[in-house]
Design a protein around this ligand. Structure first.
Ligand code: AMP
Length: 542
């Protein structure tokens, strides 16, 4: 017998309409590319999202069309999220930090009909346009007054497009499994692959973000997503914030420590979210300028492992609680968040930080397993580590246009490419990317562990560990380190520091100081580049 509940489809347009009705006065504040701070309410955002959908409809945009965006975090980008998906088209966010060849590949692969671009990226499209034959037009996210000089043909001014319609628009209702947005993986090897989210997956993921064991968002919070809207939909925050009516503060193009700090203070931000590189800059600015937070309570660190030194600084020096979280483009992205259980209440501050180093427990909806090389499940004992596999309603079932073929195992799990342990309480800890782990004499050394400890050594700003071939041990770790400005830290200092926390056989065989480390378009250390540069490095132990 079936239950008798209404079958209302889960629609992205309902999120913004819910916010407009239930949190009409709550604000979305944006630092604009043009300069000034823009502020308006969820009610206005919903009206303008409807207006955009109606204008796009008039322009001839149809359900299923891919609409590209290359834009910072800001109110017009939020309207595009809702307007495009709401009308049944697909909002395809593009990461401007990718190489031009990758951008061309992605745009042609997705067959984007129109591209929304912030003023910042118009010069880039001036150069790329000749390689993008399928793009019908470029919608520049500005008003007439700020329209730039450009060689692009078929240019549309966003505000003029808006002026072609009013906000009297009825959102269509359709199958909740309809594609709503598209995001390509940063792909350190091979071509980027598209992950296509649906209305259903996006709404369910938003619930998970709002739960206290997720990011705990609510109307009581003011959230500043530093994570860009072109990186896995800013971790779903623009949707989840509408679901719970959280005030949103959008940093626009200015993501340096000073700009972020000032915006956090002036807007009373209580929670933020971003990758460790961003926090490194913010914390450096605060230290240099002797600043403290007046409203920040929590920060979400994800995208790469949060080093202990960073968690300690946030918690002990600034009283900001760190939520270490893990996920990936293929997972919308939230998989786990490290919130403590009540049994942890009596742990000492240091023990709590030990636990925060883990990436945390699965949010409801995410099913995890770790498996050995033979595909057999490994125990959740916090020690055994294996390939981390996941399944759930906001996890991809396959890549866009079938790239990569069948990617699920017979139980429906997706291989994340991460290697992890899971303890008896369900806390998962990433020990490495499967490609980055160092296989030394039959034992595995976690590059992440060594890196995290190395950045705890005074004078070290950033560190990366890669495997270098070794005749006796197969592979041995080489540490590449960037010194803090003015620091005279030596190889011996770092090794001495590591000895306090890492087993002798896991210590790097050598340390090389570099001016900077290469990063991917999403802020991760680009290990493939380091491996190709230092793969032949002659270790002193050979
Ligand atoms: P992306 O799809 O660009 O978001 O990258 C996803 C990958 O980033 C994951 O598979 C992990 O390798 C890595 N990652 C994300 N969050 C964390 C974290 N908290 N700690 C360690 N690695 C992480």
């Amino acid at each position: 017998m079936l239950g008798l509940m209404q079958e209302r489809p889960l629609m992205i347009s309902d999120l913004i309409e819910f916010a407009a009705v239930n949190h009409p006065d709550e604000e979305i504040v944006s630092r604009t590319v043009e300069g000034p701070i823009h502020r308006y309410t969820y009610k206005e955002c919903a009206a303008r999202s409807r207006q955009l959908a109606k204008a796009l409809d008039k322009l001839g945009v149809q359900q299923g069309d891919c609409m590209g965006t290359m834009a910072w975090n800001g109110y017009r980008h939020v309207e595009i999220y809702y307007g495009v998906s709401g009308l049944g088209a697909i909002c395809h966010t593009i990461n401007p930090r990718l190489f031009p060849e990758q951008i061309i590949y992605i745009l042609n692969h997705a067959e984007d009909k129109y591209i929304f671009t912030d003023l910042t990226f118009v010069p880039l499209f001036d150069k790329l346009a000749e390689h993008l034959p399928k793009v019908k037009g470029y919608i520049i996210m500005a008003d007439e007054e700020h329209m730039p000089e450009t060689s692009l043909s078929n240019v549309i001014c966003y505000e003029s497009l808006m002026a072609t319609a009013d906000d009297d628009y009825q959102w269509p209702t359709f199958d909740e499994r309809t594609a709503s947005s598209l995001c390509y993986t940063s792909g350190t090897t091979g071509n980027p692959k598209g992950v296509s989210y649906s209305h259903r997956s996006t709404v369910l993921h938003s619930y998970a973000v709002c739960t206290p064991d997720g990011l705990g968002l609510s109307n009581a919070e003011t959230i500043l997503p530093v994570v860009p809207m072109f990186h896995v939909n800013a971790w779903g925050i623009p949707y989840a914030s509408a679901m719970c009516g959280a005030k949103m503060v959008m940093p626009g193009p200015q993501m340096d420590g000073k700009s972020l700090y000032e915006l956090m203070e002036s807007e009373g931000v209580t929670i933020s979210a971003g990758v460790p590189t961003i926090w490194m800059m913010l914390l450096a600015y605060m230290k240099e300028n002797d600043k403290t937070f007046s409203s920040m309570q929590r920060t979400v660190i994800g995208g790469a492992a949060a080093p202990r030194a960073m968690i300690e600084t946030f918690e002990k020096e600034y009283g900001v609680n760190v939520i270490h979280a893990w996920g990936m483009t293929e997972m919308s992205p939230i998989g786990t968040a490290c919130n403590l259980k009540k049994k942890h209440d009596n742990l000492s501050p240091d023990e709590k930080i030990d636990l925060s180093l883990k990436q945390g427990r699965a949010v409801y909806g995410v099913d995890m397993k770790i498996v050995g090389p033979d595909g057999k499940k490994l125990p959740w004992d916090g020690k055994a580590f294996g390939n981390l596999m996941v399944r759930g309603p906001w996890i991809t079932s396959g890549y866009f246009k079938g790239e990569g073929g069948d990617i699920l195992d017979e139980e429906g799990f997706f291989d994340t490419g991460d290697v992890a342990t899971i303890d008896a309480d369900g806390y998962m800890q990433i020990t490495d990317r499967s490609k980055d782990v160092i296989k030394s004499g039959g034992e595995w050394i976690s590059s992440i562990d060594v890196e995290n400890e190395a950045v705890g050594c005074s004078g070290v700003a950033e560190a990366a560990v890669i495997a270098v071939p070794h005749p006796k041990w197969d592979e041995r770790p080489l540490l590449l380190a960037v010194k803090e400005e003015g620091s005279a830290v030596t190889k011996e200092d770092i090794i001495e520091h590591l000895k306090g926390s890492i087993a002798k056989w896991q210590l790097p065989d050598d340390v090389v100081f570099v001016d900077e480390l290469p990063h991917t378009a999403t802020g991760k250390i680009l290990k493939t580049k380091l491996r190709s540069e230092y793969g032949e490095y002659k270790l002193p132990t050979v």
